[in-house]
Design a binder for this molecule. Structure first.
Ligand code: SAH
Ligand code: SF4
Ligand code: F3S
Length: 484
């Protein structure tokens, strides 16, 4: 897939993937063509695979060429204002296409569809179809409705929908790594966040269907799966909201048990997960990670801010001390585990002192990697209703710059510390920069590039690392034993 850092449940930052169209082979029975672009987090990319599966059954083949499409869908993100601006810009580009091809149907899916609902039809006159994340089963009907001359909207959120039994059509796949959605929605109500409004209530998917999907992927040659959810630590099956067992004849499965079940699918299947929440990440999950070699030693644990008062305003449910205790637990149980995070600058009322505490937390933890953002106010959120978005844009930018500069130092330091070691690497494909080289990842999610020799994607090789750039290790295949 990509030779760039991966493994967190938020907006994919790789520009080459953002908005990339998807392609699967067309079949003769498929008379209409779908062009689909995805934006936002891995969950959206995973949902797009469900959407293609549903539309495939309704006779749509996918195309990479928007000019030959009968149906154009954008699976959108609403997490920050600029995510929405990009989609609006893209929709405007379809205007002339629609003027030339009146039969063309243009639809908006995903979080922006859910947030803006019918108003998307009015605002952007070129949208025919608006479908929220829990209504994809209805897509074939809705497309027919549009073909019949109407506009169509379904933004109903569900308390049950997990698309559990729908086999996703793997898109733009490298045949080696895949996503498995294990839950949907989020019940956390962090004050800055739009996700609870766009994705609805948290619900967990049947563990049987998750394990089955992992087996199928393994049988198809895949060697790594990433379990996805907005807060994977609160995965629960057969428990109600109050924690009472629903069916005494069925087992209770929490995230630690689920990880163990997936780890046992095959020792050659690597497992990653995203995203963990600091308030819910328990030691039992860490112990399971330590127990199985194929559970990758990498945790993405978004901190957002290093100041407890800011965290309180964010409604994150933990303090700096609690977060640092979780860091200590990770290091105690898996001393070599890689850790990454998400950070936001310029949240409502953030003082220079509070910002300085984020910098000091960064220095204390020394993350392998961080995704860093400027706070963007989102309509309907608690923060929008309760607080003033009072940090000027230039201050937000300066603070962002400061944390990025510091993080770059730590990231480089961490990559350098891995140089010279030998790693077990899962080969994902040919390096983007050099045809004669492969890229893959070690357990810590660090990208490793090396000459191909006669190795093959989807297999493990030991790579001795000889040099590095800021975030990439460069090495060669060796018969030596791996350090990790
Ligand atoms: N469920 C994950 C995060 C999903 S959103 C978690 O709780 O960690 C991914 C990241 O986007 C968040 O961690 C946060 O850093 C950022 N983000 C969310 N809302 C934002 C907003 N309104 N403005 C800027 N960044 C935001
Ligand atoms: Fe948003 Fe918080 Fe839920 Fe993450 S845990 S999706 S930041 S509300
Ligand atoms: Fe993901 Fe963006 Fe929605 S981050 S959950 S696609 S708002």
């Amino acid at each position: 897939m990509l030779d760039s850092p991966r493994g967190s449940g938020h907006e994919l930052l790789d520009e080459s993937l953002q908005g990339a169209p998807v392609v699967v082979a067309s079949q003769p029975t498929h008379t209409r063509k779908l062009y689909l672009e995805s934006y936002g987090c891995q969950m959206n990319y995973s949902d797009s695979e469900i959407v293609v599966s549903i539309l495939d059954a309704a006779g749509f083949a996918t195309t990479r060429n928007e000019e030959e499409a009968d149906l154009i869908l954008l699976n959108t993100c609403a997490i920050r204002e600029n995510a929405e601006q990009r989609v609006r810009g893209r929709l405007r580009q379809f205007k002339s296409a629609k003027a030339e091809r009146p039969h063309l149907v243009v639809g908006v899916l995903g979080c922006m569809a859910e947030r803006l609902k019918e108003s998307l039809l009015e605002q952007e006159k070129l949208v025919d179809l608006v479908v929220g994340p829990d209504a994809y089963r209805d897509l074939p009907n809705l497309v027919e409705q549009v073909n019949g001359g109407q506009k169509a909207v379904n933004v109903l959120l569900s308390r049950e929908e997990t698309y559990a039994e729908i086999s996703p059509v793997r898109l733009d796949t490298n045949g080696v790594t895949a996503f498995i959605s294990i839950m949907r929605g989020c019940d956390n109500m962090c004050s800055f966040c739009v996700v609870p409004f766009t994705r609805g209530r948290e619900r967990s998917r049947d563990p049987g269907s998750i394990v089955r999907e992992a087996h199928e992927l393994y049988a198809a040659g895949y060697r790594e799966v990433t379990l996805l959810g907005q807060n994977v630590d609160s995965y629960k099956w057969n428990l109600d909201i109050k924690g009472q067992v629903k069916d005494p004849d069925q087992p209770v499965v929490r995230f630690a048990e689920l990880m163990e079940l997936v780890a046992q699918v095959n020792p050659d299947l690597r497992i990653r997960f995203s995203t963990s929440h600091p308030k819910d990440m328990t030691d039992d999950v860490l112990h399971v990670m330590a127990k199985y070699e194929n559970l990758c030693k990498y945790v993405h644990l978004p901190v957002q801010s290093g100041n407890s008062e800011v965290l309180k305003r964010m409604n994150r449910g933990y303090t700096r001390e609690w977060y640092m205790d979780r860091m200590a637990a990770i290091r105690r149980i898996m001393p070599d585990c890689a850790i990454s995070t998400d950070i936001m600058t310029g949240f409502c009322g953030e003082t220079e002192e509070e910002h300085a505490e984020t910098l000091s937390l960064l220095s204390e933890v020394r993350y392998e990697m961080a995704y860093m953002f400027k706070y963007s106010e989102r309509p309907r959120t608690l923060a929008e209703r309760k607080f003033e978005n009072d940090i000027p844009e230039d201050v937000k930018s300066r603070r962002l710059q400061e944390i990025m500069t510091l993080q770059r130092v730590h990231g480089t330091e961490r990559t350098l510390a891995q140089k010279g070691k030998t790693y077990k690497v899962l080969i994902e494909g040919t390096s983007k920069k050099r045809d004669d080289q492969f890229f893959g990842r070690n357990t810590y999610n660090t990208v490793v590039v090396f000459p191909k020799e006669d190795a093959k994607p989807g297999t493990y090789v030991n790579v001795k690392t000889l040099s590095c750039t800021v975030a990439t290790l460069i090495g060669e295949i060796t018969q030596d034993k791996a350090d990790a």
